[in-house]
Design a protein around this ligand. Structure first.
Ligand code: NAP
Length: 350
């Protein structure tokens, strides 16, 4: 489908970490963004977007909307050709997983996609899902062909009580496909990023991405880190992937958006040459010790049992081939991210 690039686009969650870099990319390309956010009066959150709007050919207009409020995205969607739906809570520890994660993820997706169905101008919806919708624990990969994730698999092991964030992403993406398949005016393209890292437009953003990398430099892992493998991707790549997913006419289905398969210790090792003065983890902690210490750090024992020591591999060939995509090197990304944490005072200067 040829997407009309002259019309405005709607971007949900523009105040968030991932969406910030997507908003920047869209404004650099000259797009008018309709940005429905919870609190358009909160200048602390919108000022970074406004600064970019002032320096680029594009523009951003705010609307008031909430994922849990039916119809609240209708006004912002008017006249838009593309809806980017990134807004969804990304927290690992929550008090009430149904209320704090599942409701906004699932009801929010229904709400935004129902708006797409009501809005004549909308041709495509690009949804930010996650690799978490593809796998629950690294242990699950044992049963996947070649022990590798592809766009064909779904996470079947997370639940409200086990990795509820991942569960919220599965429910939301599944519902998105159901809604998309129930009509034929707009099509759905989904990005499935792994752990997103790299400088955001707001150095004080509170996405879980910041917390995970901050822990490498604040002493939390000075005695070592668990042998956990993950996938990583630069936030700029995630922005580019959303952009290409929206405007490549032949884009179709899900796209694993993950630059590299690696483990915490390798990731921390990439910081060593420049940041050796920081208490970076230098070794992995044996699994029995991790299991013993886990509850003290707030990480559930079951999560450690099913993730420590297991291989994590994602196949990113679909996005490379179909969207002609090249990923940035993670070494540059993690060093730039660490520098941003220091620059913002979130890690001490050394
Ligand atoms: P983030 O910085 O916490 O952004 C979340 C966004 O969702 C914020 O703009 C937030 O608005 C909005 N939001 C939350 N609850 C809302 C509600 N009830 N109504 C309206 N808006 C609401 O997190 P992020 O890391 O950028 O994540 C963005 C998306 O990427 C999510 O869908 C996440 O699942 C996905 N993702 C992230 C990663 C990663 O490593 N970061 C990896 C894979 C996928 P406020 O500013 O008002 O709070």
């Amino acid at each position: 489908m040829q997407i009309d690039k002259t019309k405005p686009v709607m971007l949900t969650g523009a105040t968030g970490y991932v969406a910030g870099q997507l908003a920047k990319k869209l404004m650099e390309e000259g797009f008018a963004i309709h940005a429905p956010i919870r609190n358009p009066e909160d200048r602390e959150k919108t000022k970074y977007l406004d600064e970019i709007a002032a320096q680029t050919p594009g523009s951003i207009t705010y609307f008031k909307a909430d994922l849990l409020q039916d119809g609240s995205y209708d006004e912002a969607a008017k006249g838009c050709s593309v809806i980017f739906h990134t807004a969804s809570p990304f927290f690992i520890s929550v008090k009430d997983p149904q209320k704090d994660l599942v409701d906004p993820a699932l009801k929010g997706t229904e709400n935004v996609l129902n708006t797409a169905s009501k809005t004549e101008s909308v041709q495509r919806v690009v949804l930010t899902s996650s690799c978490a919708a593809i796998y629950g624990d690294a242990k699950d990969l044992i049963d996947y062909p070649n022990q590798t994730m592809t766009e064909k698999q779904w996470n079947t092991t997370s639940s409200l009580t086990k990795s509820p964030y991942s569960y919220s992403k599965v429910l939301a993406e599944k519902r998105a496909w159901e809604i998309a398949n129930s009509q034929n005016r707009w099509d759905l393209v989904v990005t499935n990023p792994s752990l997103v890292i790299g400088p955001g437009i707001n150095p004080y953003a509170d996405s879980e991405s910041y917390n995970l990398i901050k822990q490498m430099g604040d002493g939390t892992m000075r005695f070592g880190c668990p042998d956990i493998q993950i996938g990583c991707v630069d936030v700029l790549d995630v922005a580019d992937a959303h952009f290409k997913a929206a405007f490549t006419p032949a884009a179709k289905g899900r796209y694993i958006t993950s630059a590299a398969n690696l483990d915490y210790i390798t990731l921390a090792g990439l910081l060593q040459p420049t940041y050796s003065k920081y208490p970076l983890p230098k070794n992995t902690v044996p699994k029995w010790l991790v299991m013993l210490m886990g509850p003290l750090t707030g990480i559930p024992r079951q999560y450690l049992k099913d993730n420590v020591g297991f291989d994590w591999k994602a196949d990113n060939s679909k996005i490379k081939k179909e969207l002609n995509f090249e990923f940035r090197p993670i070494e540059t990304t993690i060093n730039a991210f660490f520098a941003q944490l220091i620059g913002a005072g979130r890690l001490p200067k050394k």
